[in-house]
Design a protein around this ligand. Structure first.
Ligand code: AQP
Length: 336
């Protein structure tokens, strides 16, 4: 039997931040040798909110380069761009027609983002989770490593699979595979630097709310200096009244590689000043190798293009096969 499959992706809606890295990509890197992996840059998702056509293509390349810079290894993983494989859009249409509208209207991410857009909210934003289901199901993925915010979309994907197989497949011959989320406890929800109750996100209008993987050292110094803290002395994990403290300690723990117990002891008597210096230095050191590798990848655009071309060809063959099986199950005639 072959290896189990993993699929995941990030939207090219801006620079990758520590939430994307610690919640998703770092985990992809850690588990990749155990699986056959498909990591896509989900550029079709990126237009579900208003986007800038002048930067979409460049942002897509930047994310792909960052995958490599963070340690995605082509011996285990395929990197490709979602819009280069047209089966993603086509399966989305088929699944749209079996997905009840109220399932989508119940999605938290849709409700939160729709409020921000008022009357301009697009059908695409509502349909985002069906496109995500298609991404996963085309590759018959077994596992989907994501941050906590994507858990509800994964549950919806499983509901869509069950519905599709119930409607169109024999009980012992499912057409679509039921995927499982892989959500690591630590880093599953990295919070904003300006509000410890909101998740760090690319779409937050404040640059001060996040650390981007490509932030130079002076910006990291500035952002950590300005980040929100509290007036209490001594630093502790897991105090619900101190969300910023918990978030910053967790970042230090994950980026330093120390255990929670080690960090708790080291920081219990610290004031914010010394802790911020420690966190800043740790962050700069952790991001330095990623930033250096990123530069090397970006200096050879031909190499990056060849990675994405190879990824597309490999992904397309698998995706088209699943799409054909889904169409046959739904009763379509297949061109000879
Ligand atoms: N703060 C986070 N903590 C942990 N994991 C996170 N992820 C995103 N934010 C955090 C995980 O990163 C992967 C890619 O998600 P994305 O492309 O949707 O990133 P984003 O920053 O959430 O993007 P946006 O455009 O800013 O969206 P919103 O407005 O929804 O935040 C996923 O695995 C995600 O779980």
């Amino acid at each position: 039997m072959g290896r189990q499959r993993v699929l995941s992706g990030v939207q090219p809606t801006g620079n990758l931040h520590l939430g994307n890295y610690l919640g998703a990509i770092r985990n992809w890197v850690e588990i990749q040798s155990q699986y056959e992996n498909f990591f896509c840059v989900v550029d079709l998702h990126a237009i579900t909110m208003p986007h800038n056509p002048a930067t979409l293509a460049d942002d897509t390349y930047i994310i792909a380069a960052l995958y490599l810079a963070c340690g995605i290894d082509l011996n285990y993983s395929h990197i490709f761009v979602q819009s280069h494989v047209s089966a993603h859009s086509e399966l989305t249409w088929l699944l749209n027609c079996i997905t009840p509208l109220n399932w989508l209207q119940d999605m938290i991410q849709y409700k939160e983002k729709a409020v921000k857009q008022g009357e301009n909210v697009s059908v695409g934003l509502l349909d985002y989770p069906v496109l995500m289901a298609s991404d996963i199901l085309l590759y018959q993925a077994d596992k989907v490593p994501v941050g906590e915010d994507q858990k509800q979309h994964l549950e919806l994907t499983r509901d869509i699979v069950n519905r599709f197989n119930h409607l169109f497949a024999k009980p012992d011959q499912p057409v679509l595979k039921l995927p499982e989320p892989l959500i690591r406890k630590e880093g599953a929800r990295v919070m904003s630097l300006t509000d410890g109750t909101r998740k760090m996100s690319k779409s937050d209008p404040s640059e001060l709310s996040r650390i981007n993987l490509l932030d130079p050292p002076d910006q990291i110094v500035y952002k950590i200096k300005r980040c929100k803290t509290d007036p209490i002395r001594g630093l502790t994990f897991d105090d619900p009244a101190r969300p910023e403290c918990n978030n910053l300690l967790t970042l230090y723990m994950l980026l330093s590689g120390k255990t929670k117990e080690e960090v708790a002891v080291e920081c219990q008597d610290m004031g914010w000043g010394p802790f911020k210096s420690l966190l800043t230095e740790t962050m700069i050191n952790a991001l330095k190798p990623i930033q250096e590798k990123y530069q090397t990848v970006m200096d050879d655009k031909g190499y990056l293009e060849s990675v994405l071309r190879d990824g597309k060809h490999f992904a397309e063959a698998i995706a088209n096969n699943t799409l054909t099986q889904a169409k046959i199950a739904m009763g379509y005639s297949i061109p000879l």
